[in-house]
Write a protein that binds this ligand. Structure first.
Ligand code: ZN
Length: 132
C-alpha cells in the first residue's frame, strides 16, 4: 500500500475564529475537535474525501504551533501521510536520508501513532506520518 495524504495541518491563532470560516468553506461542521496534550495543541478536523484539513491551535506558549506562528504567522504547518506501518516507514525514511524529529509522545489525534520528519530534510515541508 502506498502512503496517502491523511491531512493538511494549518496553524491558526484561534480555533474559535478559524472554525466559522472553514465551516463556510467546507460547507460542514468540523468532524472532530480534540485536545492533544502530548503535542500541546487543540485540533479541529474537517474531513474532505479521503483526507482532512486539520486546524491547529496552541494550548501552551511552548507549543510547537505557538512557536511556528511567532516565526511564520498563521499558515500551512505540515502535510500528514498515512502509512500502514510507521516503524517500517520511518526506517525507510531514514535510509533515504530523511531526519526524524525526536519526540517524547508519539500519540496524535485519535490516539494514532505519529512521527515528524524535519523540513530541512524534506524540501522545506514538515511531514507528519501517521499509522492507520
Ligand atoms: Zn497533523
Amino acid at each position: 500500500m502506498s502512503a496517502k495524504i491523511d491531512h493538511i495541518g494549518i496553524a491558526v491563532k484561534s480555533l474559535e475564529q478559524a472554525i466559522p470560516k472553514y465551516r463556510a468553506l467546507m460547507q460542514k461542521e468540523p468532524d472532530h475537535i480534540e485536545e492533544v496534550k502530548g503535542q500541546a495543541v487543540k485540533v479541529a478536523m474537517f474531513r474532505t474525501g479521503d483526507s482532512s484539513i486539520e486546524l491547529l491551535e496552541a494550548t501552551t506558549p511552548e507549543s510547537p504551533i505557538a512557536r511556528y506562528i511567532e516565526k511564520h504567522g498563521e499558515g500551512i504547518h505540515h502535510i500528514c501521510l498515512a502509512v500502514e506501518n510507521i516503524d517500517t516507514a520511518l526506517q525507510e525514511a531514514v535510509e533515504a536520508g530523511l531526519e526524524i524529529i525526536p519526540q517524547k509522545d508519539d500519540r496524535g489525534a485519535g490516539g494514532h501513532r505519529i512521527a515528524f520528519l524535519h523540513p530541512k530534510s524534506t524540501g522545506g515541508v514538515l511531514i507528519e506520518l501517521v499509522e492507520k
